[in-house]
Design a protein around this ligand. Structure first.
Ligand SMILES: C[S@@+](CC[C@H](N)C(=O)[O-])C[C@H]1O[C@@H](n2cnc3c(N)ncnc32)[C@H](O)[C@@H]1O
Ligand SMILES: [Zn+2]
Length: 273
């Protein structure tokens, strides 16, 4: 079971489940949706009326992820987690979990208690439709994370928000942090065709620097594969990336036909200091 805390400012007391709500000792209560997720997002922590990925982006990412011939990032994460050799089922948190694809894939191959959080109601709604055994939470990962100190054995952020101090607080001292970022050659063909030259952007240094104060870096794995995308899937990929460029370079986007795309991800593994 995953323990939750109240997100009302200055409260942060334990939430208890009572039928269709979660309630804290001060009486702050949160409905459990018909699909089973809980929205703990406080109005002051929203950046817009519908923060996070839109329904269109969430559905596009879901179609794209489901179309993959294989799922090498999730497989690699399972391999990494198995090497941790936990004696009991670990507790795993997926921050910015989107529509839950990675957490679902991992849980299909590895037994654990899991929670996924995202600021997008659309994403969490889809996640909770597909996978019932995780605790799905709508909340802002840049603020207080609604879990007790030392709740998790593993915290993951897969191309998502990074909040070092909160990640450290909710992790056990002997826990692990997995941060997945796009490798320099991720989607390089797309960037070449839209921006004329594919700029290689290396995020390693920034990632190491961001976590340096709270975490010890253990190792880095790279997962790289190519997938041929037809026009529909390419369109889905465009819907989930390069928001700014889509407006500026609309003509180039519209002209793109099917193409083979490189997906390349770096997985950084850290332990709390
Ligand atoms: C690039 S997607 C990655 C989704 C998923 N991890 C995956 O790899 O398929 C980033 C996700 O972060 C969410 N997000 C953006 N800002 C957030 C915030 N402040 N707190 C929590 N989630 C956030 C978006 O709604 C989106 O689902
Ligand atoms: Zn409360």
């Amino acid at each position: 079971m995953i323990n939750l805390l109240c997100t009302v400012r200055n409260c942060h007391k334990a939430l208890q489940r009572a039928e269709k709500i979660f309630v804290c000792p001060l009486g702050h209560s949160f409905d459990i949706s018909s699909r089973g997720y809980v929205n703990l997002l406080q109005p002051q922590d929203k950046r817009s009326l519908n923060p996070g990925d839109s329904k269109q982006a969430v559905v596009a990412r879901h179609r794209l992820l489901m179309s993959g011939q294989d799922n090498r990032v999730a497989d690699k994460i399972v391999e990494i987690i198995k090497d941790f050799n936990f004696e009991n089922f670990p507790k795993i948190l997926d921050v910015g979990c989107g529509e839950g694809f990675y957490l679902n894939s991992i849980m299909n191959k590895y037994s654990a208690y899991a929670s996924g959080l995202d600021i997008s109601v659309e994403a969490i709604d889809l996640a909770s439709r597909y996978y019932k055994n995780a605790t799905w939470i709508v909340t802002n990962a840049d603020r207080f994370l609604p879990y007790p100190d030392k709740e998790f054995n593993i915290v993951m952020s897969i191309t998502a928000r990074k909040n070092p101090s909160e990640f450290k607080r909710v992790l056990l001292p002997e826990g692990y942090l997995l941060i997945v970022v796009p490798a320099p050659d991720d989607l390089i063909e797309l960037r070449e065709s839209i921006m004329e030259k594919g700029v290689l952007r290396d995020r390693s240094e920034n990632t190491l620097e961001l976590f340096n104060r709270d975490f010890v870096f253990l190792n880095l794995s790279t997962v790289k594969y190519q997938q041929h995308l037809n026009k529909d899937l390419l369109n889905d990929l465009l819907l989930t990336t390069y928001r700014g460029a889509r407006h500026r370079e609309k003509e180039k986007f519209d002209k793109l036909e099917e193409m083979t795309i490189t997906f390349s991800r770096q997985i950084f593994c850290f332990r709390p200091k």
